[in-house]
Design a protein around this ligand. Structure first.
Ligand code: FAD
Ligand code: NAP
Length: 434
């Protein structure tokens, strides 16, 4: 009798887990991948920047896993709403939670909740056409914007703000979002690091891309680009060299300007009923900690995009550490027959590929735990019957392919690239042929 496993979440972690199960357990395993959205691939679809088409093409690899004969995709099924842990444990031998890290971290400064102070998660969801985010959520009507954080997400956000809509036309950005980007009044984007260039989290390849923007000058202050890089990794030295190069460059008079700042931390978002400025304090390190110097500066920005990291949300009935914002586990084991992989397991760091080895570890633990376990078919419930009894009709892989085909058709009809995302659940359901 086959081992039956439910995976919750169809991002890279979920799909790599399915792949590892089929590789490590062979034909003796049946896998269902449950996903709250009608569409698979998690942040590969709704996170990776639309202009990073080569990275997005990883979906082609993930698709092959969903097409394996012993793997099923069950879209539109939300853990915590449609099914719970007890339901899944009644229908499967094991459950692997792979729901990622869906929400933003907070900065904890005054003004953070003013209109115009926005989580990068929301902005990313918007330009990626996530069904949780309406197309009219953002109006880019202010000339200056601050992006807090110097990680790769901040670099993505800054790049999308700096590019012209024409440069993004061949991407899958929804048509309504593209129109709003075309109407953007943003001229200056400030990207803010609270520590030095040698501490920035962005990677060299992503940083370099900013220097190649056709529509924006990148400006760095000489005094902020100074860093002692002796003994630091090659990537870090590379970042600092690139930034120093930019500091020595004169602006070419391009329509937009990107100010990359270091040693500046936000202390207050200003404004009465919406953001009108961002107050910064110059910083330095003291005993390894960031401390303020008492020297302040105010940026006249109308929007603050907080790109200071993601965090996972607890799943009902599943252990969760508020301290690490992850599901406590030992090599992927949460407790009897429950496992975790991906960002929910180790926090919101690492590239897509990191989730592959991470998933493989979880699967090794799972298979070792379950080896030789006597599985009694009589005790096993049927997920299809359970979902039907709750009026939940999962989106099948075939229906997802119909959504994909509709997106390709939309792109053709608009004379755009390979696909243009459909906006909203209703449009996706209609395209799925329901
Ligand atoms: C903005 C952004 C851009 C990125 N760009 C890159 C890049 O260019 N290159 C790169 O290598 N890495 C990139 N990364 C990192 C990469 O996306 C992550 O490493 C990876 O997606 C984490 O995989 P995951 O499966 O753990 O989470 P996710 O990809 O977030 O997948 C989680 C899935 O679970 C689903 N889900 C959530 N809750 C439930 C529920 N209750 N019930 C059912 N399903 C649920 C979600 O809808 C989602 O599909 C980026 C990350 C971000 C945030
Ligand atoms: N192209 C790609 O490969 C790609 C694209 C996007 C994302 N990703 C990956 O996805 C993961 C998440 O990326 P991310 O950018 O969200 O997170 P990240 O790499 O952790 O960067 C977060 C940034 O926010 C800063 N920050 C945190 N709290 C702050 C505060 N209170 N005030 C000011 N600044 C603060 C951090 O500074 P400190 O260092 O000082 O804390 C850091 O610069 C990363 O592993 C990333 O590499 C990869």
């Amino acid at each position: 009798m086959s081992l039956r496993v439910a995976i919750v979440g169809s991002g890279p972690a979920g799909i790599y887990t399915a792949e590892a199960l089929t590789k490590q357990a062979g034909a003796g395993v049946e896998v269902d991948v449950l996903e709250r959205l009608p569409t698979p691939y998690g942040l590969v679809r709704y996170g990776v920047a639309p202009d990073h088409t080569s990275i997005k093409s990883i979906a082609g690899y993930l698709r092959r896993v969903l097409e394996l004969p012993n793997v099923r995709f069950l879209g539109g099924v939300e853990f915590g709403r449609d099914v719970g842990a007890a339901d899944l444990l009644g229908c499967y031998d094991a459950v692997v939670y792979c729901t990622g890290a869906m929400v933003d971290r907070r900065m904890g400064i005054p003004g953070e909740d003013l209109p115009g102070s926005v989580a990068a998660t929301d902005f990313v969801n918007w330009y990626c056409g996530h069904p949780d985010m309406p197309a009219d959520r953002f109006v880019l009507d202010c000339p200056e914007v601050a992006v807090v954080g110097v990680g790769n997400v901040a670099v993505d956000v800054v790049r999308i703000l700096a590019k012209t809509a024409e440069e993004l036309r061949a991407t899958d950005v929804p048509e309504e979002v593209l129109a709003r980007l075309a109407g953007s009044r943003v001229r200056t984007v400030h990207m803010l690091g609270r520590r030095g260039p040698e501490h920035a989290k962005f990677t060299l390849k992503e940083l370099r891309e900013l220097g190649e923007l056709a529509n924006a000058d990148v400006c760095v202050r000489q005094e902020e680009a100074v860093a002692d890089v002796t003994g630091l990794p090659r990537q870090v030295r590379g970042n600092v060299e690139v930034l120093r190069g930019w500091a020595a460059r004169d602006p070419a008079g391009r329509p937009r300007r990107l100010e990359v700042r270091f040693w500046m931390r936000p202390v207050e978002i200003l404004g009465e009923d919406r953001v009108t400025g961002l107050r910064l304090e110059r910083t330095r390190l003291s005993g390894g900690r960031v401390v303020g110097t008492g020297e302040f500066e105010t940026l006249p920005v109308g929007m603050v995009l907080r790109s200071v990291g993601y965090r996972s949300v607890p799943l009902p009935g599943v252990p969760f550490s508020e301290e690490t914002m992850t599901v406590p586990n030992e090599a992927g084991r949460v407790r009897d027959r429950e496992y975790v992989a991906g960002w929910l397991k180790r926090g919101p760091t690492g590239v897509i590929g990191t989730n592959k080895s991470d998933a493989a570890e979880t699967v090794r633990t799972l298979l070792a735990d379950l080896a030789g376990l006597a599985r009694d078919p009589v005790r096993r419930g049927d997920i299809d019957a359970l979902l039907a009894s709750r009026d939940v009709s999962p989106i099948t892989y075939r229906e997802w392919l119909a959504i994909e085909a509709a997106e390709a058709e939309l792109a053709r009809s608009l004379g755009r690239g390979e696909r243009v995302k459909l906006l909203g659940l209703a449009a996706m359901h209609a395209a799925s042929g329901r």
